[in-house]
Ligand binder design. Sequence first.
Ligand SMILES: Cc1cc2nc3c(=O)[nH]c(=O)nc-3n(C[C@H](O)[C@H](O)[C@H](O)COP(=O)(O)OP(=O)(O)OC[C@H]3O[C@@H](n4cnc5c(N)ncnc54)[C@H](O)[C@@H]3O)c2cc1C
Length: 246
Amino acid sequence: MALVRTARIVESKKFTETVRWIKFKMIEPAVLYYQPGNYIILQGRVEGGIKKHAYCFFSIPKEDGSTFELCVKIVSDGNVSRYIDELKIGEAIAFGGPYGSFYPPAEDLFPLIYVTTGTGMSSVHAHLAFLLTKNYHREIKLFWGLRSEEDLFLLEVLESWAQAYKNFSYHIALSQPQGKWEGARGRVTDLLPKVLKNFKPYKFYLSGNGAMIQDVLQLLEGQGVPLENISKEVYFMPRFVPPRVL
Ligand SMILES: Cc1cc2nc3c(=O)[nH]c(=O)nc-3n(C[C@H](O)[C@H](O)[C@H](O)COP(=O)(O)OP(=O)(O)OC[C@H]3O[C@@H](n4cnc5c(N)ncnc54)[C@H](O)[C@@H]3O)c2cc1C
């Protein structure tokens, strides 16, 4: 049976109306070792029982290993994400892990493309923070798809990275912008071929919505990108909503 670990919430804030960032301090054991791209399986207390879901580390491992951070989309009809949203400072969670195999490259042999949607950014943030601070010297491009302006977060961090690291750039696509959005419009999948002229030199890291990942995989196959140059972390597959019959 997997070991159950516990941690206490020490900080929590909303990045947007529906995305919460939370910092935890380990209780048992006092130290947690993990890699960027790993996730935990959190035990949500819902409807008198326990429901388990995976959450990627937003943070990169700290030297003393006593804390970690998550970034969670609060799904309106979701169970575990709403349980997490309602937790108070000082409350404890139980979880298993770390798990996973969505690791950043160990050596800087390739230029990298990250493609993500929504809180798929959690694991991508951990990868980027890790790679940039350890001076990955090849090109890194991030493509991030969100619905509208009110879903944007982390812009200051991305901009500060773009200023500090000349090899890093980012592109955001909003599928349903509400205001005078001057950036790209539409799906992040459609933005990729507009920016990239040649897909072949890159390693691709895909994280978030499974439908987006399916579309990008199809695009990459068409562009002749070999499977071994693609790494992915699928968060969920959107539920099929049948068309309304009038
Ligand atoms: C390896 C892995 C890592 C993950 N890491 C993260 C993470 O770092 N942050 C994070 O927010 N989520 C992450 N997820 C998704 C997470 O595990 C849950 O699926 C999500 O929080 C919904 O759980 P729930 O109990 O609230 O909703 P459920 O009751 O399980 O689902 C309700 C509905 O919401 C849909 N849904 C699930 N996730 C999302 C989403 N993100 N946006 C919109 N709709 C969604 C489902 O398809 C379903 O239709 C990860 C999933 C995996 C497999």
